[in-house]
Every structure is written in structure tokens, then in C-alpha cells.
Design a protein around this ligand. Structure first.
Ligand SMILES: Nc1ncnc2c1ncn2[C@@H]1O[C@H](COP(=O)(O)OP(=O)(O)OP(=O)(O)O)[C@@H](O)[C@H]1O
Ligand SMILES: Nc1ncnc2c1ncn2[C@@H]1O[C@H](COP(=O)(O)OP(=O)(O)OP(=O)(O)O)[C@@H](O)[C@H]1O
Ligand SMILES: [Mg+2]
Ligand SMILES: [Mg+2]
Lengths: 255, 255
């Protein structure tokens, strides 16, 4: 049965998509069967990996919210070999209204059940989520059993950390399994005191749940995205690859 | 009559809030009367400036979408002297459903009229918007007459640039005044080729509409946010302040 992990933070641009892609790839290199799902209507993960968003026939929207084909049929192979992804689609914009209008008690049960159909085929399912306070983010929290919060080492991003941790607590009423597996500090510029101060604040507030590994600020992650590859494919022996491999190791220890 | 400018990009973390605050402050130092409005339900601009989100009585939500007090009464003074801001509120989350359910023809006319009531009192109104494909972003595009798109110099952020420019075109059907005043390239790390390549791509695709000034990647902007001040108050003579002063100068020339 797969570990289903929502990669989420209401704050924008903290490295959710970059983390989803690179952590998934690192888990594959560690021998795990992994699938990514793009739950963001902007479909950035899909465009990162060069997967054409599912078009014409069923998209992820129909499979999760309609009468579409099962998600297994939407899976696409990507790099490194063994990594799969379900492409996103702007159709997901339609999910906001649908979810808002659904009766609260069973608002997420349909998409959650359809998403969990994938769990027998994989060891990990990683869900990339949109920023902002959207229903799709809550849908990801309902379908997942674990949460990883990428967190930029910047003061302005701290405001979002409080909001997402509050929402995780709230979602436990709907999804009692849900637990915070880790807060991943990202984009640290080691030359600055400010980033170190923010890291210190987060470690003091959240303790052990914060991953020991911190992802450095590095243009190599941006270059890898331009090349459409996870960092471990783009620069296999680089320290930027090592950082996400270390996160994967820590995650595997946190059952 | 104020120039009403939506600071917007569907991509997260590209510097929308940082640009709204610092550009507004630079315009005040250039002698203009300026007000900021926080149209993001997460209220990051409000927490940046240390303004307690409007609570208890009317929030921006009631003033824009309900029968609340006029926005003039919600204005708060902030730094530098002469800059005002209407605080945001998580109540704005309620606007998504309200706007989706409103008949398309007059979906934004109420909030647009109420927002434009401020235009006699100021030279500039800057609207900070949320990331993602949300109705509140469209509401900002409906109320504004101009758009500034902060754009991170990173390949992964280019996908969002296409999406926002397409939505601006679409919104012209509802708001024929709407024009793109500028694309502001942000967070350039001058040490990297990648950022320069992305800048080149954006200048080639959009030409003159891209501001000549590029905002550098600098922790000083994060420090200023931690201090709750615009960069021109936090570090008055620093190059980071000069960069937004130069953007303000360019904007004043683009009538
Ligand atoms: N460690 C890093 N160092 C430098 N740049 C990074 C790093 N991680 C991500 N980036 C870049 O920062 C930007 C934001 O990253 P990303 O798009 O993954 O964040 P996100 O949280 O998914 O954004 P959104 O909120 O829009 O979904 C991208 O341009 C990406 O290439
Ligand atoms: N030029 C810059 N150099 C370095 N850091 C910056 C710069 N501009 C903004 N930042 C930092 O980058 C992060 C993103 O900036 P900001 O929050 O303004 O973006 P945003 O587009 O408003 O994000 P969101 O999509 O969540 O609304 C913040 O932590 C901010 O302090
Ligand atoms: Mg993303
Ligand atoms: Mg913002």
C-alpha cells in the first residue's frame, strides 16, 4: 500500500513542484515505485516534465471528479526510468466550484477513493498542489495520509506556514490518518544571516518534524527544470542532487 | 483619477507582494498619493506591513462584496508617510464562491465600482493579487485599468507568464480599458547564465513592454519584509531601493 504524500504550502513559489519532482526521482533511485499526480490547474509539474497535459479524451479532472477512465490509464512514464506521472489539466479549475457546491460530509470522498485506487501499484504517490487557499489543496489533504511542506527560508513565507499547519489540523476531522511527515526548508542562500535566522525559527517552532537536510538556493534546480529533467538526471553527481537524495533517505526512515 | 494597477501573475512566489509594497513606496517618494489593496485571502501584504487584518466589523470582503463600509474607511496609514493600505482578510475566501455563482455579465461590476470609488483620492491604486487561477485574480483584472506582471527570471516561471497574458486578453472583453503596463523581471542572480537567458527570452517575446529595470535577487528584500518595511525605509540608499525607484520612474513615463 503506497504512502500518499501531499506536497503542499499555501505560500507561492516555495519549491512545491521542484520538491515533488526531485523527491519522487530520488525515491525511484532508492528503489521505490513512485507516481506523481499534478493536482494544480496551472499544470506546472506537467510542463516541467514535458508531458502534454492530458487532452481530448479524459483528463485528470474526469478521472478524479467525473466518470472518466481510472487514473492508471492516465499514467505516463518519465525520467528516471520507473517514475510515472498523471498529467494535470486546466480542466481542474472546474473542481473548485464542484467541491464548493458538494455537501460537506462527502465533499472529497469521490476523488479520494479514485486517487487511492493507485495505491496498490506504488510505494509512494506524491501530489503536487496549487498555492493559495483553494479547494484542490484541501482535496490533496483529504486524499493523502502524509504531508510534506516545502518552506522557503524567508520571513515573508512564514505567514503561509502557520496557515497550512492550521489547515492540516482542520483536515484531520475529515481524514484522521493525516500527519505532517516533514517540513523541508528550501532555497537557503548560505551567505545570508536572514535565511539562517528563519531556519532557526522554524526548527524551534517545529522541532524534529523539520528535515535535517536543507535544500540550497541554486540555479541548477532552475536549469534542470528548463531541461525538463529531475536534478538527478540533469546533474547526477552534483550536491543539488545529493540534497534531495538525503531528503529521500530521511523520509524512508520516517515511517 | 487614479491609475489602477493590478500586480498579478498566476505563478506563485515571483515577487507580487514585494513589488506591490516597494513600488507603491517608491511612487510615494516620487510625490504621488498611493494606496495599496490586499486582494489576497492569505493577506500576505497585510502581514508584511504589520497591519492587523481588518477584523470584527467590516473587512475588505464586506466593503467589496457586501454592504460594508466604503473602502475609504478601511484605509490605514503605513510607511513611508503618505502610503495607505486597505488590509486583506481571510474572509475573501468567500469571494470565490460568490463570484463563481454570480451571473457572468455582472460578476465583477459590484466590486469594481466599490474599488473605483477610491480613485478620486489617489494618483495610484496598486492591487496585490493571489497566485493561481482564482476568481479574485480576475476580479483584480476587472477593477484595474493597468497590469504589472512581476516575473521571476526562471524557466519554470515562464509557463505562468503565458497563462496570465492570455487571461488579460480575455478580460478585455469585460474591461476594455485593461492594458499591460509592464513586465517586471525579478530575482535576477547576476552570477547565472540561466537568469540572463530567461530575461533574453522574455525581452524577445514581449519587447518594449518589459521594464528596462531588472530587480536583483537580494536577501535585503527579505530582511525588509521581516522588518515590516518597504525597502526604501529599511535601506534608504541601498541599490535594492534604487531598483524600485527606477521602476517607478519608468512607470511614470508610461502613461
Ligand atoms: N532550491 C532552489 N534554488 C533555486 N531556485 C529554486 C529552488 N527550488 C525551486 N526553485 C525555483 O524557484 C521557483 C519556484 O519553485 P516552484 O515552482 O517549484 O515552487 P512552487 O511552490 O511549486 O510554486 P507555485 O506556488 O507557483 O506552485 C521556480 O522558478 C524554480 O525553478
Ligand atoms: N528580489 C528579491 N530577491 C530575493 N528575494 C525576494 C525578492 N523579491 C521577493 N523575494 C522573496 O521571495 C519570496 C516571494 O516573494 P513574494 O511573496 O513577494 O511573491 P508573491 O508572488 O507575492 O508570492 P505569492 O504567489 O505567494 O503571493 C518572499 O520570501 C520574498 O521575501
Ligand atoms: Mg508549483
Ligand atoms: Mg503575494
Amino acid at each position: 500500500m503506497a504512502r500518499i504524500i501531499a506536497v503542499i504550502n499555501h505560500k507561492g513559489g516555495v519549491g512545491k513542484t521542484t520538491t515533488a519532482v526531485n523527491l519522487a526521482a530520488a525515491l525511484v533511485l532508492a528503489g521505490k515505485r513512485v507516481a506523481l499526480l499534478d493536482l494544480d490547474p496551472r499544470a506546472d509539474l506537467t510542463s516541467y516534465l514535458g508531458l502534454v497535459p492530458a487532452s481530448g479524451e479524459d483528463t485528470i479532472y474526469e478521472s478524479l471528479f467525473g466518470q472518466g477512465r481510472p487514473l492508471q490509464e492516465l499514467l505516463r512514464a518519465t525520467e528516471p526510468p520507473g517514475l510515472f506521472a498523471v498529467p494535470g489539466s486546466t480542466d481542474l479549475v472546474g473542481a473548485e466550484l464542484l467541491l464548493m457546491q458538494a455537501p460537506a460530509a462527502r465533499r472529497f470522498s469521490g476523488p479520494t477513493a479514485r486517487l487511492r485506487n493507485l495505491q496498490e501499484d506504488f510505494d509512494f504517490l506524491l501530489l503536487d498542489s496549487p498555492p493559495g487557499l483553494q479547494m484542490l489543496s484541501l482535496c490533496a489533504l483529504s486524499a493523502a495520509r502524509e504531508v510534506i511542506i516545502p518552506q522557503q527560508c524567508s520571513f515573508l513565507a512564514l505567514h503561509g506556514l502557520r496557515q497550512i499547519t492550521e489547515n492540516i489540523k482542520r483536515m484531520r476531522q475529515v481524514n484522521s490518518d493525516l500527519r505532517l511527515s516533514g517540513i523541508l526548508l528550501t532555497m537557503q542562500d548560505r551567505r545570508t544571516v536572514h535565511n539562517r535566522q528563519v531556519i532557526e525559527m522554524v526548527r524551534q517552532a517545529f522541532g524534529q518534524v523539520v528535515f535535517r537536510t536543507v535544500i540550497p538556493l541554486s540555479v541548477r534546480y532552475q536549469e534542470a527544470a528548463a531541461a525538463g529533467q529531475p536534478i538527478c538526471v540533469y546533474a547526477p553527481r552534483a550536491p543539488q542532487t545529493e540534497a534531495y537524495a538525503a531528503v529521500a533517505k530521511e523520509l524512508l526512515k520516517r515511517k
